[in-house]
Design a protein around this ligand. Structure first.
Ligand code: KDG
Length: 312
């Protein structure tokens, strides 16, 4: 059985060569993007048994995504090949001195057809953890329903449910996001949320309070270069960031979740969970690409052992 089950939209990422803006780039490196697939790759590299589900197209991108995820040791038996709809694409740059430009080619993608019928029910019920993000819920009505059903199914079987809203305003407007997060938070045990996006959801109510009111037990607020804070109704614990050269911030949030969840799966206490989240995130922001910098356990442990490097 897999310890962790997650599902979402895996996309082919075409990343413009370093430092060149999209409109001037001629070389593109291929890899995989997608918040949940980033997390699946990260947890597998850290030694956890992970199952990743979703839909890809019957095309070269879908085949490569399947092959790469399998090569990471991820169980992809729940990754369905859609006979008609294409794999989603993400084309972006990562220039150091200007905003990042992201183009999606994902409307009408295979993932938008994901539905309750596609859920890997046996794997979800047998896992320790189900992790989802709002991105998947925002893809389509059927995908939203699959997320909600999976969360209810998991909790009914005693599986911990974690959720990261991961707002993408290109997928839905602010009101729609508020509705998605309000509804799905009620089925989650733990929330990871970016400080910037939280204000869009909670309308001025302190973030952790807003989620506690919906029955969430733990709220981890990620605030980029300012670090992160883990709240429970009775405690708050903060961690700083490990200062590294910022190469490409995309994927930092997924990486933090990955590091934190690995520590949680290993039964480690709050300080350690936060430190491992920060360490894994630091390795991803210092690397070009969404998932390339995700470390194995030995690399993470070397980073943690540097100690003084962690500013907190
Ligand atoms: O969290 C990183 C993601 O932004 C990226 O991998 C792609 O899932 C993605 C999205 O929708 O932006």
């Amino acid at each position: 059985d897999s310890e962790v089950v997650t599902f979402g939209e895996p996309m082919a990422l075409l990343l413009a060569e370093r430092d060149l803006p999209l409109d001037a780039a001629t070389g593109f490196a291929w890899s995989i993007a997608g918040a949940e697939s980033n997390l699946a790759i990260g947890l597998a590299r850290l030694g956890h048994a992970v199952a990743y589900a979703g839909r890809v197209g019957d095309d070269v991108f879908g085949a490569r995504i399947r092959r790469e995820l399998r090569a990471e040791g991820i169980d992809v038996s729940g990754l369905i090949t859609d006979p008609e709809l294409p794999t989603g694409l993400l084309i972006r740059d990562s220039p150091v001195d200007r905003p990042i430009t992201v183009h999606y080619r994902r409307s009408g993608s295979a993932s938008t057809a994901y539905s309750v019928d596609d859920l890997p029910g046996t794997a979800i019920r047998a896992a320790r953890l189900l992790h989802l993000t709002g991105i998947t819920a925002a893809l389509s009505a059927s995908s939203f329903q699959a997320c909600k059903t999976a969360m209810i199914m998991a909790r009914g079987a005693g599986v911990t449910v974690t959720f990261d809203p991961n707002l993408r305003l290109r997928l839905a407007g602010p009101d729609e996001w508020a509705r998605i997060v309000d509804e799905l938070a009620r089925h989650a045990d733990l929330i990871f949320v970016g400080a910037d996006e939280a204000t869009m959801i909670t309308g001025g109510v302190p973030t952790e309070k807003w989620f506690f009111e919906r029955g969430v037990g733990t709220v981890v607020i990620k605030d980029g270069g300012n670090g992160a804070v883990e709240h429970t109704p009775g405690s708050s614990t903060a961690v700083g960031v490990r200062r590294v050269p910022l190469v490409d911030p995309v994927g930092a949030g997924d990486a933090f979740n990955t590091g934190w969840l690995s520590a949680w799966l290993r039964g480690l206490p709050v300080d350690r969970r936060l430190a491992e989240g920060a360490a894994v995130a630091s390795l991803v922001v210092a690397t070009h690409g969404d998932a390339i910098g995700l470390p194995d356990a030995a690399t993470r442990d070397r980073v943690l052992a540097e100690g003084a490097d962690i500013d907190r």
